[in-house]
Unconditional design. Structure first.
Length: 156
């Protein structure tokens, strides 16, 4: 599989979890590892154009900043240069607070029967997350609930 395809697949997966209930540190480490191992083969300018066409460049600025500042990826290993800009999208804070699938967000979990946990306020939580991400990925944030609703209807 071409490195660009792997990067897009991992990045799309991270975005999906970010829009839903939360993403873990491991997913960002996977992306950093791909960038680190395939930096010479990624055709960075082409990847940058793909991100721009998909409307993901603002989100990737924040992700790349996280990879360099918090994961330890060397700036030269990023597929294309990005300017360090202050981002109001503090992704790393979210990783520490809610974790993968949001299972560490105790404010939105309710304990039921033994060790089982149940999400509460699902609609409010999703709405809040989608509004937070809307300035960075407007198309994805807008269509996310519709896609999941229709996928749920299809599976019934």
């Amino acid at each position: 599989m071409a490195p660009q395809v792997q990067v897009l697949q991992v990045a799309a997966h991270i975005l999906k979890h970010s829009l839903a209930f939360g993403v873990g540190l491991r997913q960002f480490c996977d992306l950093a590892s791909l960038y680190n191992n395939y930096s010479a083969e990624l055709e960075g300018e082409r990847l940058n154009q793909i991100y721009n066409r998909l409307g993901l460049s603002r989100w990737f600025t924040a992700v790349h900043q996280l990879l360099v500042d918090n994961i330890g990826l060397r700036k030269e290993k990023l597929p294309f240069p990005v300017s360090k800009t202050p981002s109001s999208l503090a992704i790393i804070d979210e990783v520490w607070t809610v974790g993968n699938f949001g299972f560490h967000d105790t404010s939105n979990m309710e304990k039921i029967e033994g060790d089982y946990m149940l999400r509460k306020n699902r609609t409010a939580t999703l709405t809040k997350r989608l509004l937070k991400y809307f300035p960075y990925v407007p198309k994805e944030a807008f269509w996310f609930p519709f896609i999941h609703f229709f996928n749920g209807v299809k599976d019934r």
